[in-house]
Design a protein around this ligand. Structure first.
Ligand code: UDP
Length: 493
């Protein structure tokens, strides 16, 4: 599908281009980066993805499954540069693994500092004879050292965001106008400046900015400087969904913004969909068979993404009992069993026995986009990671919003207040230790799957957005055009 897409796309607009992607290896950043690398490669460019050692196999697997070598199709050229990370300095596990999925919490400044020391070995690799010289560095906004890398190589650097323009704009306005200066308390609401007649309020806890906590020693300033001097911005969102925010963000930053999402839509077949990020802990066919046995729009999918987790035993129990009481079929991505004590593990086993056939628990990694795109799924209980929200939108699904940290609080506002496709469980900021009760869970699920007239309106809006998402990645759509323009802009001489 990839190669076919490439041929239909553009011929060889990117023939001389070499895009070097440097993702942050958190799944919510890494997955859309690899997808974007695949996308530029379909335009005939060479794409190199730079990772630490244990991620190399994941990139190769995603690339291989995305481009299954159809007869006569030219394979896409995605290469991998794997660099050894100083895991001890990074504060990772004692066993020397650089796989940060194995450390659910506690990735701190040392990890980011250890990554920044990859700059010199990476520059040597990119200058090595035999490899095409880079024409553009596309790196995560969290990696400010890549701006220096690009400057040293004498090539442009584009900043990659797996976030929506709405969130970035709100955060930018709050920072630029010091809207929270002098505000005492993390939960005091202020109006986001510059949003015109969209009266939008935030608290410090909802818009904490990037890397501003103690211990980061100026890292946040370095991130801001690197963004300020970048040669443009690539974003996993689409203009038809949030035109005014994309335009306002580009204007406020004084930069070209290429919106190229939803990147998940560039995967067209089961194997490719099931291979994003990690190997799923359920067989794709088994998952599809389970879904095939359910009525259309009847199943609710529950996931808190790759970082957040519901380790609090009381919360796990309330969520579980809410799902049980809802009477709906559900798939719940419960993450690794090791996160829980034996009592919770036993409770989950008993739950599974009670809801056998109706509830499916996936421990570890779920093939999320494969699940969301199945007709049996009717709604998504999400922690509001931007990729998850966008994947729900691409699938035309209403969401129950349950944010946990970072941009997720403003993403919740985007889903509920701006797009009108979400119902909140009532968590508005981090650090309150609120346990969401079973009846709240049950009611929220009922609202998105059924929910009377309001529910119908939400579903209609979600479906209309999905239609826009589908057309934006096709001929004449803005994401498709932007991708083409992006490749053309940095194809070198
Ligand atoms: N994901 C997945 N399976 C899982 C959990 C997550 O495929 O079991 C994918 C999901 O589809 C999304 C990404 O991982 O593309 C998570 O990104 P998001 O921004 O939603 O949340 P984060 O994990 O960064 O908090």
């Amino acid at each position: 599908a990839w190669a076919a897409l490439g041929r239909a796309n553009s011929g060889d607009v990117g023939a001389r281009a070499h895009f070097v992607f440097v993702p942050l290896m958190f799944q919510g950043h890494f997955i859309p980066s690899v997808d974007t690398a695949l996308m530029v490669a379909t335009h005939g460019a060479v794409a190199t993805v730079v990772v630490t050692a244990s991620y190399a196999a994941r990139v190769r697997r995603t690339v291989d499954l995305a481009a299954p070598g159809q007869p006569g199709a030219s394979p896409v050229d995605v290469r991998v540069v794997a660099l050894p990370l100083d895991c001890a300095a990074a504060g990772l596990l004692a066993d020397g693994s650089d796989d940060i999925d194995r450390i659910p919490l506690g990735i701190g400044p040392n990890y980011f500092r250890a990554l920044s020391r990859l700059r010199e070995p990476l520059e040597r690799r990119l200058r090595a004879a035999g490899a095409p010289y880079p024409t553009c560095i596309v790196s995560d906004f969290c990696l400010p050292w890549t701006q220096e890398l690009a400057a040293s190589l004498g090539v442009p650097r584009v900043c990659f965001f797996s976030m929506c323009a709405f969130y970035l704009l709100c955060q930018h306005y709050v920072d630029r106008d010091n809207a929270l200066d002098g505000v005492v308390g993390d939960d005091v609401e202020v109006i986001v400046p510059g949003m015109g007649d969209k009266r939008l309020v935030v608290t410090r806890a909802q818009a904490p900015g990037f890397f501003r906590l103690t211990g980061w020693d100026g890292y946040g300033d370095a991130v801001e400087r690197a963004l300020d001097t970048a040669d443009g911005i690539v974003m996993n969102t689409f203009t038809e969904m949030e035109p005014e925010f994309v335009a306002a963000y580009a204007a406020a930053r004084g930069k070209k913004v290429w919106t190229i999402g939803p990147v998940s839509l560039y995967h067209r077949h089961t194997m490719s969909l099931a291979a994003r990020g990690r190997t799923a802990d359920i067989d794709a066919d088994e998952c599809i068979q389970w879904l095939d046995s359910k009525e259309p729009n009847s199943v609710v999918y529950v996931s808190f993404g790759s970082i957040a987790h519901t380790a609090d035993p009381e919360q796990v129990v309330e969520l579980a009992l809410g799902l049980e009481a809802s009477g709906r079929p559900f798939i719940w991505m419960v993450k690794s069993a090791e996160l829980y004590g034996e009592t919770v593990r036993e409770f989950l086993r008993e739950l599974e026995a009670r809801v056998a056939g109706r509830g499916l628990l996936i421990r570890g990694w779920a093939p999320q986009v494969l699940i969301l795109s199945h007709v049996a799924v009717g709604g998504f209980v999400t922690h509001c990671g931007w990729n998850s929200i966008l994947e729900a939108i691409a699938a035309g699904l209403p969401v129950v919003t349950w944010p946990r940290f970072s941009d997720q609080y403003l993403n919740q506002k985007m889903a509920v207040e701006v797009l009108g496709i979400g119902v909140s469980v009532g968590i508005v900021e981090e650090g309150k230790d609120i346990v969401v009760g079973r009846t709240v869970v049950e009611k929220a699920i009922g609202s998105i799957l059924d929910g009377g007239e309001e529910g119908e309106k939400r579903r209609k809006r979600a479906r209309a957005l999905a239609e826009k998402a589908r057309t934006t990645v096709q001929e004449g759509g803005s994401s498709r055009d932007n991708l083409f323009d992006f490749v053309q802009s940095f194809r070198g001489e």
